[in-house]
Design a protein. Sequence first.
Length: 254
Amino acid sequence: MVNLLAKRIIPCLDVTGGRVVKGTKFVNLKDAGDPVGLAKYYDEQGADELSFLDITASYENRKIIMDIIKKVAKQVFIPLSVGGGINSIETIRELLNAGAEKVSIGTAAVKNPNLIREASQKFGSQAIVVSIDAKRKNNAWTVYIKGGREDANIDALGFGKKMEKLGAGEILLNSIDMDGTKQGYDLKLNKKFSEELNIPIIASGGAGTLEHIKEVLTEGKADAALAASIFHYKKYTIIDVKKYLKKNKIEVRI
């Protein structure tokens, strides 16, 4: 799909126990700060969107941390996308009412694909993001659920196409192999999805340098790049990324 729109830069807050954390390949989590303070900082920095993921909600089989989301939503004027343990129309409605603009659904999309159809019909495709945690398996990728803990034995690309048919507005594509490695995004994975689906692909997992972000938006053909540690630990600011992309003739909003 040819996308003439500006590419988006999305910082991601992975939250557990009320704190932002960052790990490698979904394990070895380290504290990275307060979600409300970081949200405010990224909003002021000119992020295009903010992704908030309650990363242990599905695994712990509990509802998302609504009080923190309300506090974050009050601090930001950019679109807020929220995910983690979302498995019902009621929870989606609650989150959208709490100030989220989009919800990101992962485990529940695998267990109950019909939720995606129902949610997109009720709230509009633009509010429904399907989050796919993908890991290489032979010459393809398989879907993992419960925060990357369990192999669902489903082909990731086929699943992405099915979600698009059911009404998902975007795919948040997380590479478990590259997550937290700072070695660059999985370019093949993002390119495959971007070429075979007609909805935007948000690349996630592996950002370590400005070059990595440029590569996934050009070679990887992603519509947006999501990153965490390079921003949380102040290696780069959102402004640094956008100026670099602009210099490399990639359309971004500054």
